[in-house]
Design a binder for this molecule. Structure first.
Ligand code: SF4
Ligand code: SF4
Length: 178
């Protein structure tokens, strides 16, 4: 059977977002220590780019950290609305003050509310009463190359600990069972 992985997505409908920032509130509260002990949108992993005069309300999820800002910038005009430079970028980047933990300066990244037990939907989606955020999951086949890469890394780690002869022997025994 081909191995699969779960791909989680949140679809963002900017036309439905009204800029209420409830998503920021619940995200920062869920990630507080202990959970739900405080609210500070500066700690949220989703931020809403707001420009009421331009009717711009754009929820953006925190993505990867980058040490250096981009040399070039983009400006978007969509349906007559002008979006500021960097609006669509998800990076935690030194050029701006979002997606950085205010006390420690550590970068923030959306983790899809990973928790035990697993949530049916991330908190920001549950709290968005305007239905601007819609959660979806799908299964995707894992490419053989990626599997081999993972296997390579795992086997190397095990071999470093127990030696290659034991790894080879274990793989041989597994192959006999399948
Ligand atoms: S909770 Fe929904 S409507 Fe409110 S700011 Fe966030 S995405 Fe927009
Ligand atoms: S999915 Fe969870 S971690 Fe990510 S922005 Fe929403 S509430 Fe925050």
């Amino acid at each position: 059977m081909t191995p699969t992985k779960t791909v989680k997505t949140i679809k963002i409908d900017v036309d439905k977002c009204n800029g209420c920032r409830a998503c920021e509130v619940i995200c920062s509260s869920f990630h507080a220590t202990p959970r739900f002990s405080s609210v500070n949108p500066a700690r949220a992993r989703i931020r809403v780019i707001r420009d009421p005069l331009e009717d711009v309300y754009l929820p953006v999820y925190a993505g990867e950290y980058t040490a250096a800002e981009c040399a070039g910038r983009d400006q978007y005009i969509i349906d007559g609305r002008r979006y500021e430079e960097c609006s669509f970028c998800r990076a935690s980047c030194p050029s701006r003050d979002i997606f950085t933990e205010p006390d420690s300066d550590l970068p923030l990244k959306c983790d899809m509310c990973e928790s035990d037990p697993t949530l049916e939907e991330p908190w920001c989606v549950q709290w968005c009463l305007a239905d601007a955020l819609v959660y979806e999951e799908r299964q995707e086949e894992v490419p053989a190359a990626a599997l081999l890469e993972d296997l390579d890394v795992d086997l190397e780690a095990i071999a470093n600990k127990h030696g290659w002869p034991k790894v080879v022997e274990a793989v041989r025994r597994l192959a006999e069972k399948t």
